[in-house]
Design a protein around this ligand. Structure first.
Ligand code: NAD
Ligand code: MG
Length: 406
């Protein structure tokens, strides 16, 4: 006889995004296990209304109050009276910490995800972390809060989820404080595809368009992370994320280019064993893994056809082609608020590139310049982190304005 499983109430922060939609897909495959309790978005009224109609959550939250008012009207018109609409940061925080919520999927993009994700951690929820920027900005405070509240933190980023899967249970349960050496781990091999411009002639990078940058060869993702993948800042942010999640030092992690995105990362042990996690590049695998951990559930992902895959290639990263990678690795070594500044300047530069205000190759130039002029302090509280974030954004905006006029 099947063991009875209590239904888990889930809040999805960023439900209308790429990770959010995949999360809803996996949860809907297992209605006996998961109930979508709250769905949130920034301002996507129509998309959120459609999700409410399908999943009937208790709460729907739009951060933008005007959009939330429109959602109220739309839900009324459609006769959807059972979902309560909330708005603003208070709305996000309320569903991240609601007493009936068991699990929070943190899938807001960028620094905007930090505060509600922290609230979920402080409330002791199981937190499925896609929002890597939260960890990049406030990794120390974040991991401290995890320990204090007893929250369970599970990585959704495919590489970190792979590394987690390749680790023994004492490391999995160590929540970022178990020493790698105590598990016999020699190093972490963090893989990345190299994105759409891995082989583009260097002189063409200055003229690539946002659509070209967002056309990732293997993954379908939101536009910000797609540009980060094209600059390889995404791998840089993931390098920082891995340091916090796995209690690793920069020298414990090797970045490896693996263009096929079939191996999602590896862990090497002192006896020479290298464990890898493989699968089709579909985020529903890490999402299903983290939702059900330590059990396994179906995700809807097609079986890996290893024969057709045939070839797995590996190469060293090209730091000249991808200066953002070096800036990120350097920011970990610099410490203090360097990672906050790196992340903030990157967010501003990526948005400016997507809005066609600056060139693709301006992104690392702006980040480097902001890092050189920002005052670095110890990120001792969330308020300090948020102030450093704002100051770095202001500096980056000035740089964008200078370049846009040039
Ligand atoms: P996306 O742009 O597709 O979706 C972002 C979601 O966040 C949307 O629901 C949007 O409404 C919401 N949002 C945006 N700004 C907000 C704000 N200011 N306040 C509240 N909500 C806001 O992004 P995505 O690709 O799903 O990525 C989400 C996060 O997951 C990112 O941190 C990304 O780095 C990480 N991630 C994504 C993938 C992927 O395959 N897409 C893989 C690994 C990690
Ligand atoms: Mg990733």
């Amino acid at each position: 006889m099947d063991k009875a499983i209590a239904v888990e109430n889930i809040t999805v922060l960023g439900a209308t995004g790429s990770i959010g939609v995949s999360t809803l897909d996996v949860c809907a495959r297992h209605p006996e296990r998961y109930r979508l309790f709250a769905l949130t978005a920034n301002s996507s009224v129509v998309e959120l209304a459609a999700q409410v109609a399908q999943h009937k959550p208790r709460y729907a939250v739009l951060r933008d109050p005007q959009a939330a008012a429109q959602l109220v009207t739309l839900l009324k018109e459609q006769g959807l009276h059972d979902t309560e609409v909330l708005s603003g940061d208070e709305g996000l925080n309320a569903v991240a910490s609601h007493v009936e919520v068991d699990t929070v999927m943190a899938a807001i993009v960028g620094a905007a995800g930090l505060a509600p994700t922290m609230v979920a951690v402080e409330s002791g929820k199981k937190v499925l972390l896609a929002n890597k920027e939260a960890l990049v900005m406030a990794g120390g405070l974040f991991m401290e809060a995890v320990k204090k509240s007893g929250s369970v933190l599970l990585p959704i980023d495919s590489e970190h989820n792979a590394i987690f899967q390749c680790m023994p249970s004492q490391s999995q349960q160590g929540q970022g404080s178990h020493p790698l050496a105590a598990s016999g781990i020699r190093k972490i091999l963090l893989t990345g595809s190299g994105g759409p411009f891995r082989q583009t002639p260097l002189e063409q990078l200055a003229t690539v368009t946002p659509d070209q940058a967002c056309a990732h060869p293997n993954w379908s993702m939101g536009r910000k992370i797609s540009v980060d993948s094209a600059t390889m800042m995404n791998k840089g942010l993931e390098f920082i994320e891995a340091c916090w999640l796995f209690n690793a030092q920069p020298e414990d992690i090797e970045i490896v280019i693996h263009p096929q995105s079939i191996i999602h990362s590896m862990v090497e042990y002192v006896d020479g064993s290298v464990l890898a996690q493989l699968g089709n590049p579909d985020m529903r695998t890490p999402i299903a893994h983290a939702l059900a951990w330590p059990e396994r559930i179906a995700s809807g992902v097609a079986s890996l056809d290893i024969i057709t895959t045939a070839t797995l290639d590996f190469e060293a990263p090209d730091y000249q082609r991808f200066p953002c990678l070096e800036l990120a690795v350097q920011a970990v070594k610099t410490g203090k608020t360097a990672m906050v500044v790196l992340n903030a300047a990157n967010e501003v530069a990526v948005e400016a590139f997507l809005n066609q205000q600056i060139r693709f190759t301006d992104i690392p130039v702006i980040i480097r310049s902001v890092l050189a002029s920002a005052q670095l302090v110890e990120p001792s509280t969330l308020a300090v982190v948020q102030l450093a974030d704002q100051q770095a954004r202001d500096l980056a905006q000035q740089q964008v304005a200078n370049r846009a006029c040039a």
